[in-house]
Structures are given as C-alpha cells and as structure tokens.
Design a protein around this ligand. Sequence first.
Ligand code: SF4
Length: 176
Amino acid sequence: MSIETAHAAYDSKIEGNIIFTQLDAAINWMRKNSLWPMPMGLACCAIELMATASSRFDIARFGAEVMRFSPRQADVMIVAGTVTYKMALAVKRIWDQMPEPKWCIAMGACASSGGMYRSYAVLQGIDRLIPVDVYISGCPPRPEALIDGFMRLQRKIQGEKSVVEQKKEFFASLRD
Ligand code: SF4
C-alpha cells in the first residue's frame, strides 16, 4: 500500500479491537489531527482568524484550537494579513524558530500575493520568503474558508513521508 493511500484500518471482527496500519500513516494521522497554529495576524484577516477559534466555528473539531504564541511550540503558521517589508523578516525569523515538521497557510489575498497593495512597502506574497502549503483566497476569507484550508492541509499531511524519509532528506541537505 502506498503512503498516499495508507490509512489506519479497523477490523471489528477480530477479538480485542486490533488496528492495522503503517508507521507513516499512524504518525501522519496524529500530526494532522493535532496541529498547533502560530497565529501570524498582521492585518484585517486576523479578525477572521480569531473568529475561527470561537465556539461558533470551533476548530477544536480539527485538533487545532491550541494557538501558540511561541514558535517553538507551533507547527503550522497561519499568515493572516498584509506582509509589509518591515514585518517580513520578523515573520521569517519566527518561521525559522519553528521546529520541523512545519507547515504554512497563507490566509487571504494579501498573504498570498500582496492583495491590492502593489506597493513598494508590501511583500507580494509570503511565499517569497517561506514555503506555503495552502493558499486561501478572499479579502478577507470567512472562517469557513480557513477551516477548508485546514482540511486541505490535513489531506496533504496524510500523504507526506514521515520519520525515515524525512531524515534522509535532512541528511542529504546537510551534504549539499
Ligand atoms: S486580504 Fe483583505 S482583509 Fe485580508 S489583510 Fe488584506 S486587505 Fe485585509
């Protein structure tokens, strides 16, 4: 079974409730259901980000309600707002402080592409500085759109290589 299709399988016919799976599938299942966001709120989109954490939308359903303001404790950065050059290097520095594995969501037009600000003061997309896994359109996106972004990220994580393969790439990058 490939990593992309590997999921935890439950067979209730076997006495003792046995679960069959692969290590990658199990680790990715745990990772995708316990994402700890680093809320990088930079402008108006951050208001919708805060609304997403409220009881009405309840991102605890996805295990992602634990917003961390310490990068050492976070594994998904949500860039929500206009990234000015003045802030851009601070965002990059915080990203660098987050431990691997980590992911990034660009929430809204500004974070994804600079939005309406074709300005000397604004970075034209946070992907010019850090790798983005999920882009969310809108100005601002509604909380449902951010939840959809979380679900897209979860699908991406489910298909990722974990542990052994990730370490191989890490050691290869040290050799380069
Ligand atoms: S995309 Fe729109 S709502 Fe979001 S930060 Fe930019 S201007 Fe504000």
